[in-house]
Design a protein around this ligand. Sequence first.
Ligand SMILES: [Fe+2]
Ligand SMILES: [Fe+2]
Length: 482
Amino acid sequence: MPESSQIDYDGLIPNNVGLAQDLRVRKALETWHPGYIDWWKSMGPEGFQNAPVYLRTAVGVGSEGWAKFGFVKMPEYRWGILLAPAVEGRTIPFGAHKGEPAWQEVPGEYRAMLRRLLVIQGDTEPASVEQQRHLAATAPSLYDMRNLFQVNVEEGRHLWAMVYLLQKYFGRDGREEADDLLRRRSGDQDTPRMLGAFNEQTPDWLSFFMFTFFTDRDGKMQLSALAQSGFDPLSRTCRFMLTEEAHHMFVGETGVTRVIQRTAEAMKEAGIDDPYDIERIRSLGAIDLPTIQKKANLHFSLTLDLFGNEISTNAANSFNAGLKGRYREDKLEDDHQLTSSVYPVLRPRDGKIIREDVPALSALNMRLRDDYVEDAANGVVRWNRVLERAGISFRVNLPHVAFNRHIGEFSTIQTDTEGNILSSDDWHARRKSMLPSTEDNLFISSLMRTSRQPGTYAGWIAPPRHGIDNMPGDFEYVHIEN
Ligand SMILES: [Fe+2]
Ligand SMILES: [Fe+2]
């Protein structure tokens, strides 16, 4: 077994899994490679494929110095790491097989379940690249354009990581699944991506920041749960993906913070105290806070749907099987089997939303969603600090979890953002005040003009506090030939 800390950059497929010695898998990946490049060229970032971009490439697996920065053309991005190092003597941390040695091969009885988990996770990676493919043209700065591309190449790498697992451990059906990952398309009528939020559009940069804040954070939760897996190769893959996911959420969190900051500054400069003086604020070329709130409402609710049904036998089965754990399972103190415990679930009953204890095993999706909401709320606190400091009374809030839901317990009702149940008429009457309207979206898209002079920023967003890799403010992150 080759050391996973050694990265082979010589072959067609850069890797740290000893592909040079693994003829079968190497051939399978080399066969898949041209399709990936075709997909990247037709569905990856539009334009800029020949522009050198200041990108981070993973070069090691340790927490220190795992990445290096340099100018790379995106189609030549070389990713290298497919697995984090093995943990000596690791055992299955939860479920019916708790305490047994972690699986190094696919456990036969759970093969189908495991493959499905891989495919669902894998499908989200290329999907988000497809959703974001038109954004570079309207990047508010070269700094932001570079961050978009960084996220995109890393999602491409995540796809490689999942495809490696499919090709290595699932033989022929793994190959078919890997091909299908390149065949589905975000938003396509006939062959859509598997999950709803990954078929929505990301039409503007505020949507992109909201997406990386809310939806990449779902990725963090799912990867954290899969990083606990008793199937050791999956655990090792997800552990390494998480190191990159942190940057994606950084892009979202700081992106929205900078939008809010610019709005607060514009309001101050113009002497506007009332955050609902929307027309005047918009006339300054800034995005009013109520519209930012509506965007947050939309992306939060779409992302909650990704957690699936609150009560789910699939979730119970994959936990029992030892394939998908809870968020930070290794930090939790209980029996890690949950055979006799309960967990509270919110659900509508007789015109009200009630809390009801159900068997903890069947409520694992609900639990992961609760952990997600808490994590997202911490980020929102940081957005609001900008408003506090500026002396503006408005606060961005996460809407109630029942708001605008299409999957699970709340899909049969409509509520306002506080969770009060609405009649269908009330919902339609109030929808525009809670979710972005056509006019809101038109206004935002009217602001989406690019700024490509190094160190300059579009008027609706503040510059970042620090450069990437501590580069100076006027650093040229993307070399665009004219
Ligand atoms: Fe990802
Ligand atoms: Fe991501």
